[in-house]
Design a protein around this ligand. Structure first.
Ligand SMILES: O=C(O)CCC(=O)C(=O)O
Length: 310
């Protein structure tokens, strides 16, 4: 659980080693908020953080309105348009990705502007509260749902992971609204409470009781990876554009391979926190080492320091 010591700076040891106290506490997030919580930017006040974590626990999701400036949303939309053109990406070719939806993957490799997303102080403390401070970036992609797109099949983002449900959160995902999200334009649909279900949804089956996560541009939907959900149908002439910033527990395999997918010279320019989040660290002082050394030293080409068995 989050302990009273909630300053994220303690997670900045670039060796990626767990702080000694994390060995003692287990340092798992699991919905407990206490004390103020800073990612180095403005504080997310403890009451607001606790409210979001309580909603996540009860419903499986929460929406942070005004999480980031609308001019950042506009800048991201413009950069995604540039990328779509440069990469020559078109709509998906299956019902899950959508036939009228354009997705761009591996965004941390595509431009400096994306580096602020995984570490954003309005959202990361909530993710830390659900997972823990040693969680990882699982994937970072954009999803632009075009006119006349059908609703995406209802699914759970952790349904490929073959462990019995319900279980503690191991995936926590976020959807950044770069345009307003409305019921008409394809706002994400969620089935509240299904993160506690002992089953996964049946793909292709229609489910009653979903709610549309309507939110203004600049908001972020945060949800438990077990909740049943899917992108909505777009019945408007304009695109619904979002960024799917997804996280997983530090002991899980990341959905996008960050260490190979992000060129080394780009990762070398990341902040210590971002390096740690993409996986250049060591989980609980053991998992992810290279010859007993931290991968972060190898990233920099620095003489590797032994972090195990000293
Ligand atoms: O686009 C959305 O709102 C949701 C997308 C999603 O759930 C997914 O692709 O896994």
């Amino acid at each position: 659980m989050l302990s009273a010591r909630t300053d994220m700076s303690e997670n900045l040891d670039t060796s990626g080693r767990a702080p000694a106290s994390d060995w003692a506490t287990g340092a798992s997030g699991r919905h407990e908020a206490s004390g103020s919580f800073s990612c180095g930017g403005p504080m997310l006040d403890p009451t607001t953080l606790a409210t979001h974590l309580a909603r996540l626990e009860r419903d499986g999701y929460t929406v942070v309105e005004g999480a980031f400036p609308t001019d950042l949303a506009d800048a991201l939309v413009a950069d995604l348009a540039r990328l779509e053109e440069e990469l020559g990406e078109g709509p998906g070719k299956n019902p899950f990705e959508g036939y009228k939806t354009v997705r761009l993957y591996n965004l941390l490799a595509r431009g400096k502007i994306y580096e602020q997303i995984p570490v954003h102080e309005s959202v990361l403390p909530i993710v830390f509260g659900v997972l823990d401070k040693q969680c990882l970036v699982s994937s970072l992609s954009s999803i632009a749902i075009g006119q006349d797109e059908a609703a995406q099949p209802i699914h759970a983002d952790d349904m490929l992971i073959p462990i019995a449900k319900p279980h503690a959160p191991i995936v926590c995902n976020t959807m950044w609204a770069l345009t307003d999200f409305t019921e008409e334009n394809g706002a994400t649909r969620l089935l509240p409470g299904t993160h506690k279900s002992d089953a996964n949804p049946e793909l292709g089956k229609a489910y009653d009781g979903s709610v549309a996560a309507e939110m203004p541009k600049g908001s972020v939907l945060v949800f438990d990876g077990s909740i049943w959900h899917g992108g909505g149908a777009n019945r408007t002439p304009t695109r619904r554009i979002g960024i799917a910033m997804n996280y997983c527990a530090g002991f899980l395999r990341q959905q996008e391979n960050q260490q190979l997918g992000i060129p080394r010279e780009i990762a070398q320019g990341f902040s210590p926190r971002l390096r740690s989040l993409v996986g250049y660290g060591i989980y609980r002082g053991l998992v992810g080492h290279v010859d007993k050394c931290s991968p972060v030293d190898l990233l920099d080409g620095a003489p590797p320091r032994r972090v195990l068995g000293q």
